[in-house]
Design a protein around this ligand. Structure first.
Ligand code: AMP
Ligand code: ZN
Ligand code: FE
Ligand code: FE
Length: 295
């Protein structure tokens, strides 16, 4: 039996409606799934309903972006921007928690500030898209959380790029010509809000934070533990089998639980729902911890 504890719906930048995920999960042979949309829990109720109908256990979740500079070793040149991405999953959260709602609002504002700046940069590069087109796409899908994948979709529809991936490589990814950083949370605040909502804080896809070696990774994870981290995501679509094993060993050494998931985004990413074959015991262990059965 398997679970998948990381996926997105049309409530953020996935392409499947949250209510459709239960049936899809069942078809993929999954017994439990978590919905972890970026900065919002708007899809949680519908996903829970779909899972109930399909006979799949459901975990209410969220994914928030935090500032990697707060956990990485100090740089020789402090003016240099910190590379890498730090995403934190909240699993088993109460979706209506007020602290979580406050950080969601804050992040939505940060997105609404950054996204038009990306479009301005694209325009100055001769790529003629209008921010209203991006907003219309997101509105048609029913989300207030507009992300770069929505911008990528408009670029694709207008023939400026060959694929979503191409849009990130050429324009809007961290090394792209139209990249704009957005404000991110302090990881301590993100983890606190997740705990306030009764959830467990999981360091998502650790490979994305970009570390020089195992020592640096351990340093980063220990900083996260200082801020209250509960688990790390070992199996993930961006990890090799060797990395997943490395993260499992690290979790054991640092007395963290493990999580795992595909980061399914529907047609906006080439990963399959349930593709990580995460054993159901991973879900059960986290559920018991969230319920306070074990510390
Ligand atoms: P945003 O939240 O607006 O900063 O956009 C980040 C989202 O874009 C991530 O959660 C992924 O879903 C997606 N993304 C980031 N990098 C890439 C990439 N290189 N290719 C495809 N999707 C990406
Ligand atoms: Zn995403
Ligand atoms: Fe992520
Ligand atoms: Fe994700």
């Amino acid at each position: 039996m398997f679970c998948d504890l990381h996926m997105h719906s049309t409530a953020s930048d996935g392409t499947d409606a949250p209510e459709a995920l239960g049936k899809l999960a069942k078809a993929a042979g999954l017994s439990a799934i978590a919905l972890t949309d970026h900065d919002t829990t708007a899809g949680v109720a519908a996903a829970a309903k779909g899972c109930k109908r399909a006979g799949v256990a459901f975990v209410p979740g969220i994914e928030v972006s935090a500032d990697p500079a707060m956990v990485k070793p100090p740089k020789a040149n402090p003016d240099e921007p910190t590379s890498g991405t730090l995403h934190i999953l909240g699993l088993f959260i109460r979706p209506d928690d007020d602290r979580l709602a406050a950080i969601s609002r804050q992040m939505e504002q940060a997105r609404n500030q950054r996204n038009p700046m990306i479009v301005d940069k694209l325009n100055s590069l001769g790529v003629r898209i209008d921010y209203a087109e991006v907003e219309a796409l997101a509105a048609a899908e029913g989300t207030a959380i507009i992300g770069r994948p929505h911008i990528a979709q408009v670029l694709l529809a207008k023939g400026y790029v060959k694929s979503i991936q191409d849009a990130f490589t050429r324009y809007i990814g961290a090394k792209g010509a139209a990249y704009v950083r957005r404000d991110r949370l302090h990881p301590h605040d993100a983890i606190d809000a997740i705990h306030h909502a009764g959830g467990l804080a999981v360091m998502a896809h650790p490979v994305q934070i970009k570390y020089a070696d195992e020592d640096e990774l351990t340093y980063i994870v220990r900083r996260m533990i200082d801020f209250g981290l509960d688990a790390i995501e070992a199996r993930h679509s961006d990890h090799t089998a060797a990395q997943a094993l490395q993260f499992e060993k690290l979790a054991e050494r640092e007395k963290l639980m493990v999580s795992g998931g595909s980061d399914y985004h529907g047609t906006r990413k080439t990963v399959a729902l349930g593709g990580q074959n995460v054993p159901i015991q991973v879900y059960e262990r986290l559920r018991d911890a969230a319920e306070g059965v074990i510390a």
